[in-house]
Design a protein around this ligand. Structure first.
Ligand SMILES: CC(C)(COP(=O)(O)OP(=O)(O)OC[C@H]1O[C@@H](n2cnc3c(N)ncnc32)[C@H](O)[C@@H]1OP(=O)(O)O)[C@@H](O)C(=O)NCCC(=O)NCCS
Length: 179
């Protein structure tokens, strides 16, 4: 393994097409509550619009030689972005500021997990999010059936807030003033 970690710009996200689509397939394979919702989720419908709409984006890709084997995508958005046709992700009044941070997409290919790659990407993302002085609230949205991810984030200091969409998604949060 010869891993490199590259922060990429929004203009370079095309390189994440394949791995983002792999994350959607993975999430569908784990889900037992409305897995069909993933049928419309892809690089085109999830990553591209999210990057375009967010105020700020932070994307890190991990390569083994030339192959992308993992990525993490975090962003800063206006809290109103989380009250939309798909869902109300959290009670907007529970967020003091105008903006929230979100660790939005995270995937390490099978075979590269359990080596600390995820922890490194998580730490890089949290450092980026914490540097945003006006943002007090950080969210992660985990789709149902992914207990491993829920455990991982809780060990990293996030806590379960509530479920939405009849349990399709579990909302985790981490108010940085509380850590
Ligand atoms: C969740 C995910 C990103 C974590 O990435 P990862 O690279 O496996 O994470 P790490 O290796 O840093 O940590 C995983 C565990 O391995 C352990 N570990 C890390 N390095 C290790 C090593 N060298 N030897 C043995 N164990 C090790 C860590 O202690 C950690 O244990 P813990 O979970 O009990 O704390 C990864 O499992 C993944 O991509 N899953 C599929 C997609 C997914 O679920 N994404 C999240 C969507 S919300």
């Amino acid at each position: 393994m010869n891993l490199t970690y590259d922060v990429i710009s929004p203009e370079e996200i095309e390189c994440c097409r394949e791995i983002c689509n792999e994350l959607m397939v993975f999430q569908k394979s784990k889900a037992h509550i409305t897995p069909e919702l993933f049928d419309d989720m892809s690089f085109e419908t999830r990553l591209v619009p999210s990057v375009e709409k967010a105020e700020k984006n932070y994307i890190v890709v991990v390569k083994d030689e030339e192959e992308i084997i993992g990525y993490v995508y975090s962003n800063i958005s206006r809290k109103e972005a989380y009250d939309n046709d798909f869902a109300t992700f959290f009670d907007l009044s529970s967020v003091s500021g105008e903006f929230v941070g979100c660790l939005s997409q995270f995937y390490i290919k099978d075979g590269y997990r359990q080596y600390g790659v995820g922890s490194k990407l998580f730490d890089m993302s949290m450092e980026w999010l914490r540097n945003e002085k006006d943002v007090q609230d950080h969210f992660i949205f985990v789709s149902n059936g992914n207990q491993n991810a829920l455990d991982f984030y809780q060990r990293k200091g996030f806590f379960i807030s509530h479920d939405i969409l009849d349990g399709f998604i579990t909302v985790l949060r981490n108010n940085k003033t509380a850590v």
